[in-house]
Design a protein around this ligand. Structure first.
Ligand code: KG4
Ligand code: ZN
Length: 335
């Protein structure tokens, strides 16, 4: 008899799942790094009234919506689970309860079809986000990752690894945006709010500190919010222009990030730079990064903030566990 049509054709797609914080995300990415679908169900509004992410609420919401987010992702890509050849999931770092929802779902999806499962470091996802799409950055490159939980500079010589050159000693840059926004009476998350308000303000109206701790490439942002608090309390009844405060505060954060980026470029002698993490969605940072004297890759905003395309993308360079080796895989709040 002639060849049988074998089992369902597999299209080489990686299904990524990301639930490390307050966004429920799924994506389908090819081995070449083309994004077939990238879906994010944001929980922002659920947490806004508390002024920050409530871990228990985040986990419960992931549980509620993850199945539909995966279905939606498949539908948008015009694919079915038969087209998936590997599942990738964020293993950590992040909120442990939130991570567990993603890891359990990924294990179930993969095991039901005997597919391999790749556990992914969330930060490796941000580091390699610029390797997705038509014009991927190629190693060696320098990457600045600035998000709500992390801020660091790293060197990438091989897509499967990154070497941290400097990191924040206290608050992350996104945390500085979020805390500053709260002091200014703006909503959560604070980064986009300050970004918007800063457009109408004078960035030279107030002088906030630009801390550069030590001789290395570390960052420090905790003094900034204290300085903003002090400025606000000193003001008494003076009607400070909120837009001027937002613009000056943002300028101080962006100055600190760009200064370290330029020092790292010079020290490492690299010609390519990539940005990643939610703060890379910031308009001023995106513009200023273009002038650092290297070719710069700034991902589209949906690949800067948390998403599963970067998780599936990073899995291309990692090690997937064959079935059933991952059945006892655990999430990890810290890696
Ligand atoms: O990468 P991300 O989505 O989640 C984490 O892994 O933390 O980053 C979220 C952070 C938040 O602190 C948020 O305020 C900040 O990114 N962010 C921004 C902007 N959009 C998001 N910060 C400054 N300007 C923005 N446009
Ligand atoms: Zn992130």
């Amino acid at each position: 008899m002639a060849d049988c049509p074998g089992p369902a054709r597999r299209d080489g797609l990686i299904l990524g799942i990301e639930t490390s914080c307050d966004d429920t995300c799924a994506a389908l990415v090819t081995r070449e790094g083309a994004i077939r679908a990238n879906v994010v169900a944001s929980q922002g509004l659920l947490h806004e009234r508390y002024g920050g992410v409530v871990p228990e609420i985040a986990s419960r919401q992931h549980l509620e919506v993850l199945d539909s987010v995966v279905d939606d992702t498949l539908e948008r890509a015009g694919a079915t689970l038969d087209d998936v050849e590997e599942v990738a999931v964020t293993r950590g770092p992040g909120l442990i309860g939130a991570l567990l929802v993603g890891v359990s779902a990924a294990k179930a999806l993969a095991a039901a079809r005997r597919l391999p499962l790749a556990p992914v470091d969330h930060l490796h996802g941000h580091v390699t986000a610029s390797m997705l799409g038509d014009d991927p950055v190629e190693p060696p490159y320098l990457v600045l990752v600035a998000s709500g939980g992390h801020t660091f500079l790293a060197r990438v010589d091989h897509p499967s690894e990154y070497r941290v050159l400097g990191e924040t000693l206290d608050d992350a840059a996104g945390e500085a945006f979020d805390k500053g926004a709260r002091l200014l009476g703006l909503g959560y998350p604070g980064g986009p709010e300050i970004d918007r308000l800063a457009r109408d303000g004078d960035p030279a109206a107030f002088d906030f500190p630009r801390s550069q701790p030590g001789d290395g490439l570390d960052f420090s942002f905790s003094g900034l919010k204290t300085s903003l608090l002090y400025t606000l309390s000193k003001g008494g009844q003076t009607p400070f222009r909120k837009a001027d405060l937002a613009a000056s505060y943002q300028r101080a954060i962006v100055d600190a990030l760009i200064a370290r980026l330029e020092q790292a470029l010079e020290r490492e002698g690299l010609e390519r730079v990539a940005l990643g993490g939610g703060v890379a969605a910031n308009r001023e940072l995106r513009e200023r990064a273009q002038a650092v004297g290297a070719r710069v890759w700034v991902p589209p905003i949906e690949l800067c903030t948390d998403n599963a395309a970067m998780i599936a993308g990073a899995a291309r360079f990692g090690h997937a566990l064959p079935y059933p080796e991952y059945l006892d895989l655990d999430a990890a709040a810290r890696l």
